[in-house]
Design a protein around this ligand. Sequence first.
Ligand SMILES: Nc1ncnc2c1ncn2[C@@H]1O[C@H](COP(=O)(O)OP(=O)(O)OP(=O)(O)O)[C@@H](O)[C@H]1O
Ligand SMILES: [Mg+2]
Length: 296
Amino acid sequence: MKRYRDLAGDGGSDVLAQVAAQEARLRTRMAAVRRVVAVMSGKGGVGKSAITVNLAAALALEGARVGVLDADLNGPALAKMLGVRDQRLRRGPEGVLPAVGALGIRVMSMDLLLPGDETPLTWQAPTPQRAHIWRQTAEVSALREFLADTAWGEQDYLWVDLPPGTDRFCDLHNLLPSPPVVVITTIPSEVARLVVQKSVTVARELKAPVAGLLENMAGYVCPACGVVSELFQPGAMAGRLAAEQAIPHLGQIPFDPAIGAAADRGIPFVVQGRQTAAGKALTAAAVAIRAFTEAT
Ligand SMILES: Nc1ncnc2c1ncn2[C@@H]1O[C@H](COP(=O)(O)OP(=O)(O)OP(=O)(O)O)[C@@H](O)[C@H]1O
Ligand SMILES: [Mg+2]
């Protein structure tokens, strides 16, 4: 984070004054962002990052100004998925200039700060005994800095890709001047359902409006014969979960190898795959989320 802090020009020593100044900058910065949308799932590996990128891109294709913040500090994926890993962060007059990916999407990610592919994120605690407590404090301040000191500019949507679990969502919520809109992601399995419903509870308790539940990896369409096979448990698990929790069901995204391939190439799948079943489902979900944000 030191590199980011140097770029942001915030190397002073009075920590409390720095945090207060940063919180003021954060409020000013977020006033230029119409809506923050957090993509959450208690469960790991269900496609949160791929879905964040494609929902953001689907709205950018419709003309929205879009930024994405990678709040997964330890397993950042967005810089890769948006093809900006080779961009160097620079300081501009308004703050740290985010990388710019396909469709002009602005990207900030820890991945842009780590020196090498194999380098994990580590925090230096003042003493080894404090390492445990320090990590959480350091993570919150990294998130605060990304929100406050990145020159996001005027944005219609700032999408936030969260790591698994609910802790980072709570940190994000505490930092923002008003609660973010939440999109919950799951795959059609009972194992996922048990964890994912906890995310809905947390969002509710924090009074964050839930735009709905998006079911990913819902069936696999054979590219040769077109037959749909279930990858997970057949049945209407996500529909039931959405009904039980009284939240909209935003649709089903099938497993399509082209989604993973596009992510690996750094181009959002919807750019070329808009007319496929997965592309149509992603676009429909993005449009429904936009309508939700306009109504709340
Ligand atoms: N519908 C899909 N079809 C094909 N591949 C997909 C689909 N959704 C996601 N993927 C791929 O599956 C992998 C895992 O997805 P992703 O990284 O988005 O999950 P995640 O929930 O963000 O994981 P984590 O919990 O580690 O943050 C990625 O390679 C992604 O490109
Ligand atoms: Mg992820």
